[in-house]
Design a binder for this molecule. Structure first.
Ligand SMILES: Cc1ncc(COP(=O)(O)O)c(C=O)c1O
Length: 334
């Protein structure tokens, strides 16, 4: 039997072809608006958190512990939903080398503070031990009589990934009622911790919705994410008999050619693409995730890896608060 999930997201999210993207990226693109899964908690993470927070409540947790970058969308979504459910949130947020905590707080970090999350900033070196740091924090809370539930980076484990299996079924249903094609040649989305990729790939195998699954790596390389997803997929399959019996192993192409200068930093061309998409379609892409995913799609069409005749599904995974914290990066482009 499928694990229980909470109903926290506004579903189904809209899906529609964005005709002007054809001029910009070179092929037909339908955008699944998972940036509209909610209000302040919106983005892809809420689909995973519907499962993870149900588990936390079932285990009678009072505090959820998680981690991410200072501008983590996942940490913000967790903090907002924790407040909504009457839980406390303990966040370990990674500061980049040389960065200090912004005062006043900006973007996702501001929302974390606004909803009362308990934030501890950690260095990139400490972040490598995030598993231990979070387990220690949970033990400490436990000693004080507060049961804690640890959510891994990005909510990316087998349980969380089920959220994106469900998203693919939701899109297949939208195809059945004529809101989008019943099948796409390709699906593109940003990959930051692997849970979305695992869920989309399993969902694509289950529904036959997309021929090729492209996870656009925004930080680590393809090999890193292959390993991560290879761990998450069987974990997700263990929760669902339908997924466990899928005959084909879901194939994912990890594209790590659009990572840009570094995590959260775009090249000039990537920034120009975000500005053009915003001005010609009204879609806001963020510099960490969706901007790089759209760049990868445009680059693959340019190189002939995706045909100009292809029908592409682009999953807009959110990230607006992070974009708003990065206005300085667009200096000179506007
Ligand atoms: C806006 C946005 N898009 C995409 C991703 C990537 O999803 P995942 O962590 O499941 O790989 C994230 C989180 O990392 C995100 O915040």
């Amino acid at each position: 039997m499928r694990p229980r999930k909470l109903r926290l997201a506004h579903l189904p999210t809209p899906i529609a072809e964005v005709p002007r993207l054809r001029d910009i990226v070179g092929c037909r693109v339908w955008v699944k608006r998972d940036d509209m899964t909610g209000g302040p908690e919106a983005g892809n993470k809420i689909r995973k958190l519907e499962y993870l927070l149900a588990d936390a409540l079932d285990l009678r947790a009072k505090v959820v512990v998680t981690c991410g970058a200072l501008q983590s969308n996942h940490a913000r979504a967790t903090a907002v939903l924790a407040a909504r459910l009457g839980l406390r949130a303990k966040l370990f947020l990674r500061l980049r080398h040389g960065d200090t905590v912004p005062t006043p707080p900006t973007g996702n970090f501001f929302v974390d503070k606004l909803v009362g999350a308990d934030v501890t900033t950690i260095t990139p070196e400490e972040y490598k031990d995030r598993g231990t740091i979070m387990a220690d924090a949970a033990s400490e809370l436990q000693r004080r009589g507060e049961r804690a539930y640890v959510i891994p980076e990005g909510g990316s484990n087998g349980l969380g990934a089920l959220g994106y299996v469900d998203a693919m079924s939701e899109i297949a249903e939208q195809g059945r009622v004529g809101l989008c094609p019943k099948e796409f040649d390709h699906v593109f989305f940003a990959c930051g911790s692997g849970g979305t990729a695992a869920g989309v790939a399993l969902g694509a195998s289950k529904t036959g919705l997309a021929g090729h699954v492209h996870a656009v790596c925004v930080c680590d390389d393809a090999e890193y994410f292959e390993t991560a997803v290879r761990r998450i997929v069987p974990e997700a399959q263990s929760f669902d008999a339908d997924l466990a019996t899928l005959s084909a192993r879901p194939a994912i192409a990890f594209d790590d050619r659009e990572k840009g200068p570094s995590y959260g930093v775009m090249s000039k061309e990537q920034r120009a693409l975000c500005v053009r998409v915003a001005r010609e379609t009204g879609l806001l892409l963020d510099p960490v995730y969706t901007g790089k995913a759209m760049s990868a799609l445009a680059a693959q069409v340019r190189r002939g890896e995706v045909s100009r005749d292809a029908n592409v599904l682009f999953i807009h995974t959110g990230g607006l608060p992070g974009l708003l914290a990065e206005s300085a990066a667009f200096d000179g482009e506007l």
